[in-house]
Ligand binder design. Structure first.
Ligand SMILES: [Zn+2]
Length: 159
């Protein structure tokens, strides 16, 4: 009698892994907004202006799993738009300055605010994804990825 080794005995723990008990959402948001690693709060999350490090330089936590995509620009536009448009309308109602002065104030302020807010917003978003075990931040999902290499089907010529 031969005993078959069961490759389907790989660890696939789904239910418990979704628990975010060990990953505080507010703390992860705060650490991300400070541009630091959501796991340790010490290592730098970014290696360039908006380029996320593959892993935390301090604790080694993998950060390349993030899928921030276009959410950071979206939230930045919403926030900057409300601040700038609100201020612009208030100044217009109070002082009625000439249009060239409006342009000289609000255009640079818009650019500056957007550039300043993008990194902390992106950091907070990645911190949230990490805390919620989204994408590859789920440790059990990493184990699933390794599994396909252990299939036993090695001949690519068919049969
Ligand atoms: Zn870290």
């Amino acid at each position: 009698m031969q005993e078959r080794s069961a490759p389907d005995s790989a660890v696939v723990v789904r239910g418990g892994a979704r628990s975010t008990g060990e990953r505080s959402i507010p703390l992860s948001l705060l650490r991300g907004a400070r541009l630091t690693c959501p796991a340790c709060g010490k290592g730098a999350m970014f290696r360039r202006y908006l380029k996320v490090a593959d892993a935390c330089p301090t604790c080694g936590e993998a950060l390349h799993h993030h899928r921030a995509d276009d959410a950071p620009p979206y939230f930045t536009i919403v926030i900057v738009g409300h601040v700038v448009v609100g201020l612009m309308l208030a100044v217009e109602m109070a002082y009625r300055p000439p249009l060239w002065l409006h342009a000289a104030i609000w255009l640079p302020l818009t650019v500056l605010l957007a550039l300043l807010l993008l990194p902390p917003i992106k950091g907070a978003l990645i911190g949230l994804q990490w805390a919620l075990l989204m994408h590859g931040f789920d440790p059990s999902a990493e184990e699933e990825k390794i599994e396909p290499f252990d299939t036993g089907i090695s001949n690519g010529r068919g049969r």
